[in-house]
Write a protein that binds this ligand. Structure first.
Ligand code: NDP
Ligand code: 2IT
Length: 449
C-alpha cells in the first residue's frame, strides 16, 4: 500500500478502527486520502479544524426494518438504509440501491464518494446514499410495489426537497421511483416533486435523466480524447453491465462513431464483432427484464461467455458500468496487454486499487467514477431546478447543459492537477482535490456543526 501523509495516516487509522468490517468504505476513503497529501500541506487549516475527520463521519446514518408481504402471503423482512453523509453544499443527494449485497459498508462508500462527486458538478447538492438488501430479481410487480411502499413508509420522515432527495441506483429505476414517489405523496399529502429525482416525465421527471449517467460518461471520455487530439471514430469499446448506465453509454458511443463490441450482466458477457445491437439489448433488459445471454438467440453470429471476464475482450476504451471492484489487477493486466488507452468508470469504484496502480504504471489513462459518472446526479440537480420553477426543459437544452457540465468537470480535474503540479494520475487527483476543496471550504465557513 502506498504511504499516506502522516496527518492523514492517523485519521485513516481512526476510520478503520471506528468502522470495522466495512472494506468498501475503507477503500473509498483511502483513495481520496491518497490524493490529499499536497492539500494538507497547502491548507493545514483544514486539518486543524478537523474538517477531514468530520468529513469521514456521516452526519446521520439511518437503519430501519422494511417488512412486507410477498405474493404467497408470507411476511418478508429486509433492512433499509439511508446514510446522510454531508450537507455542506446542499440537501443530501444520492441514489437508492436495491441489491442483496447491500450493507452499511457499501452505503457508506457510496455516500462518501457522492460528497465529492456532487461537489464537482458545481451544483448545490450534498452527499448521501441509501437502499436495501432487497433483491428485486424474480419478484413480481406487486411485490416490488409493496416493498417500495413499506420502504418509503419509514424513510419519508427523513426526506424533503430541502432536506434529502434520493434517486435511483442499481435495482432502482423509474418503476421503483414511481412507487416511492406515490407513497411519499400519499403519506405527506404534498405534491413535493423535488423530493425524488429520476421520476417519470409524466409526473415531474426531467428529459435526459434516464440517459444522463451513460451519456455523461461518454462525454467525459470524449473530452479526454479531445485533449489528446483524438476522437471516438473507429474506437473499439467494451462496456460492462447492461443496466441503465451501460445501455446509454453504448448509445452515446455509437452516436459518436465508436463501436461497442461487448457488454454483460452478472451471469456472463456477450461479444458481437458487428457492434452491439442496442435496440435488442434494450428490449431484453428494459422491456422483458431478461438476461444478456438471450441476445445470442437473435444474433446468431454473436457469442455468449458464461462467467469469465469481459475484460479479456480486446478494446481501445474500457467503460466499467456494472458495480464496485469488478476490474481487478488481472483484468487490468489483460486490458493493458490488449492495448487499451483509456479506462473510465461509469460505475462507482469498479476498479480495485491494484488495478488503478497497474493502469497508472502502464500509462493507461484512468478516470474515476466520481468525475466520469457525475452526469447522472448533475441531471438530477437539473430535475430539481425544473421542479422548483415548475418548468420542463427540452431534450436538446437539457442534454446541452449535461454536456457543458461534463466539460467543466473534465477541465476542473485537469486544472486542479496542474495547480498542484501532479502528473501521474491527473483525473483521480484532480477530482479528489477539487471536490474536497469545495466541500472543505464550505465546512470551514459553516463552523463546527
Ligand atoms: P442497473 O441496476 O440498471 O444495472 C446494473 C448492471 O450491473 C446490471 O447489468 C447488473 O447485472 C450488473 N451488476 C450489478 N451488480 C453486479 C454484481 N455484483 N456483479 C456483476 N454485475 C453486477 O444499475 P445502474 O446501471 O444504475 O448502475 C450501474 C453502476 O453505475 C453502479 O455502480 C451505480 O452505483 C453506478 N451509477 C449509477 C447512476 C445512475 O444514475 N443510475 C449514477 C452514477 C453511478 P444483473 O442484472 O445480472 O444484476
Ligand atoms: O451514484 C450516483 O451518482 C447515482 N446513483 C445518482 C444519484 C442521484 O441522486 O441522481
Amino acid at each position: 500500500m502506498p504511504q499516506l501523509h502522516p496527518r492523514l495516516e492517523a485519521i485513516f487509522d481512526e476510520v478503520i478502527h471506528t468502522n470495522p468490517g466495512e472494506a468498501e468504505f475503507h477503500q473509498a476513503v483511502f483513495e481520496v486520502f491518497e490524493s490529499l497529501g499536497p492539500v494538507v500541506e497547502k491548507h493545514p487549516e483544514y486539518v486543524d479544524a478537523e474538517i477531514i475527520r468530520r468529513l469521514c463521519e456521516p452526519e446521520r446514518q439511518l437503519i430501519f426494518r422494511v417488512p412486507w408481504v410477498d405474493d404467497a402471503g408470507r411476511v418478508q423482512v429486509n433492512r433499509g438504509f439511508r446514510v446522510e453523509f454531508n450537507s455542506a453544499l446542499g440537501p443530501y443527494k444520492g441514489g437508492l440501491r436495491f441489491h442483496p449485497s447491500v450493507y452499511l459498508g457499501i452505503m457508506k462508500f457510496l455516500g462518501f464518494e457522492q460528497i465529492f462527486k456532487n461537489a464537482l458538478t458545481s451544483l448545490p447538492i450534498g452527499g448521501a446514499k441509501g437502499g436495501s438488501d432487497f433483491d428485486p430479481k424474480g419478484r413480481s410487480e406487486a411485490e416490488v410495489m409493496r416493498f417500495c411502499q413499506s420502504f418509503m413508509t419509514e424513510l419519508y420522515r427523513h426526506l424533503g426537497e430541502y432536506t434529502d432527495v434520493p434517486a435511483g441506483d442499481i435495482g432502482v429505476g423509474s418503476r421503483e421511483i414511481g412507487y416511492l414517489f406515490g407513497q411519499y405523496k400519499r403519506i405527506t399529502n404534498r405534491y413535493e416533486s423535488g423530493v425524488l429525482t429520476g421520476k417519470g416525465y409524466a409526473y415531474g421527471g426531467s428529459l435526459v435523466r434516464t440517459e444522463a449517467t451513460g451519456y455523461g460518461t461518454v462525454f467525459f471520455v470524449n473530452e479526454i480524447l479531445r485533449s489528446k487530439g483524438d476522437d471516438f471514430a473507429g474506437k473499439r469499446v467494451v462496456v460492462s453491465g447492461s443496466g441503465n448506465v451501460a445501455i446509454f453509454a453504448i448509445e452515446k458511443v455509437h452516436q459518436l462513431g465508436g463501436k461497442v463490441v461487448a457488454c454483460s450482466d452478472s451471469s456472463g458477457y456477450i461479444v458481437d464483432e458487428n457492434g452491439i445491437d442496442l435496440e435488442l439489448v434494450k428490449d431484453i433488459k428494459l422491456e422483458k427484464r431478461g438476461r444478456i445471454k438471450d441476445y445470442v438467440d437473435t444474433v446468431k453470429s454473436a457469442k455468449y461467455v458464461a462467467g469469465g471476464s469481459i475484460w479479456d475482450v480486446q478494446c481501445d476504451i474500457a467503460l466499467p458500468c456494472a458495480t464496485q471492484n469488478e476490474v481487478d489487477e488481472a483484468d487490468a493486466n489483460s486490458l493493458i496487454k490488449s492495448g487499451a488507452i483509456i479506462v473510465a468508470e461509469g460505475a462507482n469504484m469498479p476498479c480495485t486499487p491494484e488495478a488503478i496502480r497497474a493502469f497508472t504504471q502502464a500509462g493507461v489513462v484512468y478516470a474515476p467514477g466520481k468525475a466520469v459518472n457525475a452526469g447522472g446526479v448533475a441531471t438530477s440537480a437539473l430535475e430539481m431546478q425544473q421542479n422548483a420553477s415548475r418548468d420542463s426543459w427540452s431534450f436538446e437544452y437539457t442534454e446541452a447543459r449535461l454536456s457543458e457540465i461534463m466539460k467543466n468537470i473534465h477541465e476542473t480535474c485537469v486544472e486542479t492537477a496542474d495547480e498542484y503540479g501532479l502528473k501521474d494520475n491527473i483525473y483521480s487527483d484532480g477530482a479528489n482535490i477539487a471536490g474536497f476543496n469545495k466541500v472543505a471550504s464550505a465546512m470551514l465557513a459553516l463552523g463546527v456543526i
